[in-house]
Design a protein around this ligand. Structure first.
Ligand code: MG
Length: 257
């Protein structure tokens, strides 16, 4: 499959989708995961008024916890023997350059840059060997976490599902491999998280296979694959740049509720 960058956005008062070609977006109609065609209309990337999460209303967003050794160690957790999964509300999704709202009920919010897998076709009990055949593409996310609430709850879904806590984008890149990409965060200009997606404890084929043994993954479903070490607390006003080489940079600024 060739490499393409798919994005959703608002411009000219409309919700649009397209393929990024340099500094231009070639608009498409139809379903980016299935049948689509170019409309012939071109738009400058500079004309994008609002970046939207690249997938609208996924049937589920799943997170994988503690999937890099250094992050498990910095939190004082043992290295997991199986992928740890949790649900994230789809209302937590937001886009590139959209604000992250710091909830008033938390005293400790941290960022977690993550490679996000977008599923392209229904995956049910798939073996590791063919698991990547079910991937549409990859994007960048950041698993913002209200750590105090996460620790109090034991279950992780509430602390990780505040609205705007899962920025995603700027686009989905197809035709690339999940491993071998430098991944990190630049926090107010300082490099903090820094790793490579080859450092997963459980790689993407293993994660997809394991999830699919429990529940069918549907087209558009999103899996956040865990974060490397170096997470830091944020405060309103902070600028967080989450990068994955080969995909791009997802920028967000934190605002108070
Ligand atoms: Mg995470």
């Amino acid at each position: 499959m060739s490499q393409q960058k798919f994005m959703r956005f608002e411009a000219k008062g409309q919700t649009l989708k397209g393929i990024v070609e340099g500094e231009t977006v070639s608009l498409i109609e139809g379903c980016m995961l299935g049948e689509w065609k170019k409309t012939g209309e071109l738009l400058s990337l500079a004309a994008v008024e609002k970046y939207l999460p690249p997938i609208e209303n996924p049937s589920k967003v799943l997170g994988i916890g503690l999937n890099y050794r250094d992050h498990a160690e910095e939190g004082g957790h043992p290295i997991p023997e199986e992928p740890i999964m949790f649900f994230i509300s789809q209302t937590a999704l937001t886009g590139h350059k959209c604000p992250i709202i710091y909830p008033a009920v938390s005293k400790l919010v941290e960022y977690e840059v993550e490679l996000a897998v977008v599923i392209g076709k229904t995956a049910k009990k798939v073996p590791i060997e063919s698991a990547l055949d079910y991937v549409f593409g990859y994007t960048i996310s950041n698993d913002f976490s209200a750590r105090d609430i996460q620790r109090r709850d034991k279950q992780w879904s509430r602390g990780k599902s505040f609205d705007t806590f899962k920025p995603m984008g700027p686009w989905i890149v197809t035709g690339i491999k999940p491993e071998g990409h430098d991944i990190g965060v630049i926090h107010n200009g300082e490099k903090t998280q820094k790793s490579n997606t080859s450092n997963f404890i459980f790689d993407v084929p293993k994660i997809i296979s394991v999830i699919s043994m429990t529940m069918a993954l549907l087209p558009g479903d999103i899996i956040l694959t865990g974060t490397p070490g170096g997470v830091r607390a944020i405060k309103p006003g902070d600028k967080i740049e989450s990068y994955i080489d080969g995909i791009g940079v997802l920028e967000n600024t934190v605002i108070a509720e």
